[in-house]
Design a protein around this ligand. Sequence first.
Ligand SMILES: Nc1ncnc2c1ncn2[C@@H]1O[C@H](COP(=O)(O)OP(=O)(O)OP(=O)(O)O)[C@@H](O)[C@H]1O
Length: 696
Amino acid sequence: MIWVKDIMTPISGSLTETDTCREALRRVMDEEAAGWPVADSAGEFVGIATPRALGRLLKEEGPETSCLGGVEFGPIAFKATLPLETAWSRTFQVAAVSGEDGQIVGILSRSALAVALYQRAEFQVKELEAVLNSAHNGIVVINREGMITSFNRAAERFTHVPKEKALGRHVLDVLIPLGLMETLQTGQSEYSQKFRVGRHTYIMNRDPVKQEGKITGAVGVFQDISEIESVSQELASVKALNRELDSVIQSSSDGFVVTDAAGIIIRTNAAFEKMSLSTAQELLGRRIQELGDGEVYAHSLLDVVLQRKHPVSVTEKKQDHSFLVTGSPVFDEEGRLVRVVINLRDMTMLNQLRQELLESKRLSEKYHLELAELRQRGDTGGMIASSPEMEEVLELIQRVAKVDSTVLLLGESGVGKEGMAKLLHSRSPRAEGPFIKVNCGAIPEQLLESELFGYESGAFTGARREGKIGMFELAHNGTLLLDEIGDLPFNLQAKLLRVLQEREVVPVGGSKPRRVNVRILAATHKDLEEMVRLGKLREDLFFRLNVVPIWIPPLRERRADIIPLLHHFRERFCKKYGLQREFAPDAVEAFYQYDWPGNVRELENMVERLIVMAPGELITLSLLPPVFQSPPEEGGGVSVRALMPLKEAVLEVERQLIERAMAKYGSTYKAAEALGVNQSTVVRRLAKLRRKATNA
Ligand SMILES: Nc1ncnc2c1ncn2[C@@H]1O[C@H](COP(=O)(O)OP(=O)(O)OP(=O)(O)O)[C@@H](O)[C@H]1O
């Protein structure tokens, strides 16, 4: 703050009426004062002798006249501690200044006050400018008309517009709209407004400038936050990366521990916590070397890593688990070791799998040889028959193949009826002739008649002009398989019977019978006798078809075929897809246990699916559908479904057990171990079973 006393001209002693005009002028001139105080005889201040009035007195009255004639009476007297602004608000040209005791101590002219005020304002402007320029934020001030009145250095830097080009110009001509004109209109302050210019992001505060309640301008303060934005984006992506890394570490089945250079645990994962039987809270912050034996693996590994400064692996056994433990050092940019990452892999499972794979390969090899032998034993046309039941069926097929009688193949869907029909044809004297199959259930009734018997030209609308040969004629000198014969419509049954009896067909729309030399095979999964009883199948047709019935048992009743079929399909699909796959013993066992409602077709499809979908070489039980994984029923899985002589039942159970053990282990030693008998017993019983099967 500047006071009047700081800019007044100090005065020592007042003039009195005895002082001459000359004396008064000398004092004024000497002190370069704007006047001199004059006191009366009692010493009271009465006025100021000014140079102008003294000059006039000198000219008119001469130098020796009393100075009283050059005095302006009753002037203002300011206190020495009066602020300049207050003094300026009073009307005066020259004023006296009084000290604390009321004595006149100085003279102040209005012009000296003006100069002092101007200098101070100039100083304040400079000070303000310095402040504005030292700010990191860009500051733009506009007046009521929108002309820029202030533009600091940061504003120059952000906008690339020099101050000289900005000042005095309209804000809209200099800057992209920053909303300052709106602030002028609304008079509202707005804070933290974000806006983008090119690749930069700015944040801005806007305030109106008000004087006596009126908006006289607006000020905008803005800052380039692009760097902060990109840093915060980087921070967000680092956070996301950290989360990702954490979930990778946490979801790993390998154990992970990270320590600092002193061995203090700073990170673990769930797998490690499980292995060390400790929680994260118990582990974090502890020195790994101090953990007890039961808690952690390979404490000593850390010292070796710290010493050698390169990755080290050791294997360690803990109870019945074996671990591969690897410690890897992590260095900072200066090459200082800052972390040690320890990875623990439980090798127990891996070793077990490796063992299983070797075992599976051995079994596969064995089955491969057995299959080759089976195939060599007499060409079965790719039909696997390892069980005594199927060997019996095969033998029957081979026998009836030689004669021309009608054969009725019976059995559930997917047991291999069509396969056996083809085999029968290929073993028959008609092998060179055609093998034709008609699915009586799949063709609509209206079409079936013409499909079977053909039609003459113009037999019905839509018929081909030249007519059509039926399946019977197509199969001439060969074999015709009537599949799903139980689905043959009733009104076609008489016509079929006629063909079977007369060996002649009469095409639809024709009248002349044509002779055909065809061997008829029929197949069905239905109970034809029941159909006859219900009147759905002609009895005479049934007898015609049922000359040689061959029953193919469902797979669950001839389990000895399951494993050879499994390997047969495994070989076929591995070859087809160019893959190397083995079934683990537990998967083979599950195949054996399963009841196969869909029979061989279901098994074939299952093997194909597993071969194609298995991620590795070994197909383990876990890859099989859940229904295969249910544990065997209580009571060892032996169940009785019908009454039979006890001796026979015991022999049957013995046969099944030996077959199952052999299928699973492939060696009489292991089978004997599993069954709790001597190996020689298994060999003896097996030989007996095989003898029985060949004699049957
Ligand atoms: N003993 C077997 N050896 C090898 N493959 C077989 C055997 N039995 C059946 N298959 C195969 O199983 C699948 C089903 O067999 P097939 O079509 O002969 O059964 P199906 O009894 O005629 O069935 P559907 O009654 O549904 O017509 C075929 O791919 C067949 O090759």
